[in-house]
Design a binder for this molecule. Structure first.
Ligand SMILES: [Zn+2]
Length: 278
C-alpha cells in the first residue's frame, strides 16, 4: 500500500475491499475484465465474489483462480435451500480446499421472499454453519426480514463453535447488507461477527439505516456492493459493479463524519481480518 496522501489524476489513492459481489452473474458476461479494471482504478484491491448455489459457487471458485483481485465464498443462499441435499454440501466441502476460497456464503434466512420453506432454510443454514466451523472458515450471512431467527441460530452456533474440531478462528464472519438495529449489531459484535454496509445506505430514504451506521464502531464495519444488485446513488436501478463500493465508503464516511481515507483503511483491515486475506 502506498502513501495515503499521494494522488493519481487528482483523486486520493485509497484501498478498498468489496466484501460481497456476485461476479458470476450473466450481467457481467464478456465484460469482467473492464469491470475489474474500473474497480482497480477506483482503489478496490480485492473483491470477494460470493456463491448462492452449487453452480454459482463453482463459478466463483473458477473466477478467483483466474483473477488475482478476486477471492471466493461458497454456499447455498436461503432461496435455494430446498435444493441443498447432502450431496450439495459434500461438493461445497470439496470447494473449500481451493486456496481462493475464503468463506462459506452466502447462507442465512430470507423470510421476505420465502422461496424455500422456512424450516428448510433454517436446517440448511445450520448445516452450513457447521460446515464452516468444521473447515475453519468465516461465514457470510444473508438476513432479510428474519432477524430473530438469524440471531437465535447464530447465538446457538457461536456458543458451541469453540468445541468444534479445528474451529478456533475469530472473527466468526459477517452479516452482509446489514438491515438490523443497534442492539442487534451490538450482540453480533459480542458473538464475534462484523456487519457489512451496502448501497442502500446511500439512498435518500435511508435515514434509519444511516443513523444505525453513524453509531456503529468503524472497527466492526465492512463495505460491499452486492453487485449486480443494489447500485448506490446515483446509479440506483442500474447494474451495480465493484467500483461503486467507493460510493458506499464515501457515504459511510459522510454519515460518520470521518475521512474517506480512514473508512477505507479500517474497513479494508476489517475485511482482511474476517476473510484472512493478505
Ligand atoms: Zn449477495
Amino acid at each position: 500500500m502506498g502513501n495515503q496522501n499521494e494522488t493519481r489524476n487528482g483523486t486520493i489513492v485509497i484501498e478498498l475491499v468489496d466484501s460481497h459481489a456476485h461476479l458470476d452473474f450473466a450481467q457481467f458476461d464478456g465484460e469482467l475484465n473492464s469491470v475489474l479494471q474500473r474497480a482497480s482504478d477506483a482503489g478496490v484491491a480485492c473483491v470477494v465474489t460470493v456463491g448462492f448455489d452449487l453452480e454459482s459457487s463453482r463459478k466463483a471458485v473458477a473466477l478467483a483462480r483466474d483473477h488475482a483481485i478476486l477471492r471466493a465464498c461458497v454456499g447455498v443462499h436461503p432461496h435455494d435451500a430446498a435444493g441443498a441435499d447432502a450431496r450439495v454440501l459434500e461438493d461445497l466441502r470439496g470447494f473449500v480446499e481451493d486456496s481462493g476460497v475464503v468463506g462459506i456464503g452466502e447462507i442465512g434466512l430470507d423470510y421476505y421472499r420465502d422461496r424455500s420453506p422456512r424450516d428448510v432454510q433454517r436446517r440448511v443454514f445450520r448445516e452450513q454453519l457447521d460446515l464452516a466451523a468444521e473447515v475453519g472458515k468465516p461465514v457470510v450471512v444473508h438476513d432479510r426480514d428474519a432477524h430473530d431467527d438469524v440471531m437465535a441460530i447464530l447465538r446457538d452456533w457461536a456458543s458451541g463453535v469453540s468445541s468444534v474440531k479445528g474451529r478456533k478462528r475469530q472473527p466468526l464472519g459477517v452479516v452482509h447488507c446489514f438491515s438490523g438495529d443497534q442492539a442487534m449489531a451490538e450482540e453480533l459484535f459480542q458473538l464475534g461477527f462484523y456487519v457489512s454496509v451496502a448501497g442502500p445506505v446511500t439512498y435518500s430514504n435511508a435515514s434509519r439505516l444511516q443513523e444505525v451506521v453513524r453509531r456503529l464502531p468503524l472497527d466492526r464495519l465492512l463495505v460491499e456492493t452486492d453487485c449486480p444488485f443494489l447500485a448506490p446513488h446515483p446509479f440506483r436501478g442500474k447494474r451495480n459493479e465493484p467500483a461503486h463500493v467507493r460510493l458506499v465508503a464515501s457515504k459511510v464516511a459522510e454519515v460518520k463524519n470521518a475521512l474517506l481515507e480512514e473508512v477505507a483503511r479500517v474497513t479494508t483491515d476489517n475485511a482482511r481480518a474476517v476473510f484472512g486475506i493478505e
